[in-house]
Design a protein around this ligand. Structure first.
Ligand SMILES: *Cc1c(COP(=O)(O)O)cnc(C)c1O
Length: 347
């Protein structure tokens, strides 16, 4: 294999990541903060994230799939990993060999865990999101006998908003707490941490805000950006007024224009929602995306920008709050869409 330098780069702030985890851990009060590292740590790269948070003192890591647990299991004791999406009978031998801990979501999964040997597990209680977990009718002492419950978890549906559903879910969780003889309890995601001590229990599970997402507006005061996107200029051309740019000529230049084409596209997660809306930075100038974002290319209006040419790097504006407002994509989508062609460079 030859080593080609990718023409697009994600610059990742290792100290910002750790600072965000510490800030969330502190705001979790008496509870510890864990880390949701599913979906390749929201697109950043799970192995790099896990190693850094482990060194910072994080001891609980949440993934969705068993394959995601396997991909990080050599970095930490496997029992520090919880697999949120549960377990099937086909998963059991691998799960036991790996040693990561299943989050059991149904009565059937508890039964499967018990009959295949029992032991340490986590239980998800559905307190009202109606998505995954045992509901109030299913979570009985009989249903969970014979397994050793480490964490009793539940997940908030609307912690990013001040709505009655938060309190209703809290009451629902409190009403089953004595039913389950769990070592620890966990309720809050990033946004839930800001709802106050009642929501913290023993362990919080931030994801988005570790990676720079502002899950609630008050978090902007202490959460630092972690991700920056840059791409190389592949070509610069001067076109005359009236020239069409890109697929379907969605942009017509209203004056003579210098057009720069950079090496990033929707296949990299820079979605078509940025067409004609996104902006980028070159040498201290802000330049607009013109025309449609295509699979591997984006066109910029570089008119009036001196001393820029083929091979130069351009930074895309990717502040999660503004990019979300601009495109209608959620901060979660903006992160998890980031593709595999980036060089991921940790600073
Ligand atoms: C993804 C996830 C989290 C993390 O949520 P954020 O909103 O990203 O902080 C926590 N708990 C569960 C069960 C999840 O699925």
């Amino acid at each position: 294999m030859m080593d080609f330098e990718p023409p697009l780069r994600l610059t990742l702030g290792g100290s910002a990541l750790v600072s965000n985890w510490r800030a969330l851990d502190k705001r979790s009060g008496a509870a510890r903060a864990g880390a949701a590292v599913k979906a390749d740590a929201y697109g950043l790269g799970a192995r790099e994230v896990v190693a850094r948070l482990r060194d910072a003192g994080c001891r609980d890591f949440f993934v969705a799939h068993w394959g995601e647990a396997e991909a990080i299991a050599d970095l930490i004791p496997p029992e520090w990993i919880a697999v949120l999406n549960g377990i099937s009978s086909a998963d059991v031998p691998g799960a036991r060999a790996l040693g990561a801990i299943p989050v059991l979501n149904t009565v059937e999964q508890v039964e499967l865990w018990r009959t295949s040997g029992g032991g340490r597990c986590h239980i998800m209680f559905d307190s009202g999101i109606n998505r995954l977990g045992l509901g109030p009718e299913q979570l009985t002492a009989a249903a969970i006998h014979g397994v050793e419950v480490d964490l009793l978890l539940s997940h908030l549906a609307s912690a990013d908003a001040d709505v009655a559903q938060n309190g209703a879910q809290l009451s629902s969780l409190q009403s089953v707490i004595t039913t389950v003889n769990a070592k620890r309890r966990s309720f809050a995601n990033s946004a839930g941490i800001m709802l106050g001590d009642d929501y913290h229990f023993d362990l919080t599970r931030p994801g988005l805000s570790l990676y720079g997402g502002i899950a609630r507006s008050e978090m902007a005061a202490f959460i630092k950006p972690v991700v920056a996107l840059s791409a190389r200029l592949l070509q610069v051309r001067d076109v005359s007024a009236g020239s069409p740019i890109g697929y379907n000529a969605t942009h017509i230049c209203n004056a003579d224009t210098r057009v720069g084409t950079i090496s990033i596209g929707y296949a990299d997660g820079y979605l078509r929602a940025f067409s004609g809306k996104g902006t980028a930075r070159v040498g201290g100038h802000i330049v607009p995306v013109i025309g449609r974002v295509s699979m591997d290319l984006v066109t910029l209006d570089l008119t009036g920008i001196p001393d820029i040419g083929e091979g130069d790097w351009v930074e895309l504006d990717y502040d999660l709050i503004s990019a979300s407002a601009l495109t209608g994509l959620s901060q979660y989508e903006l992160l998890t869409n980031l593709g595999s062609r980036f060089a991921r460079v940790w600073r």
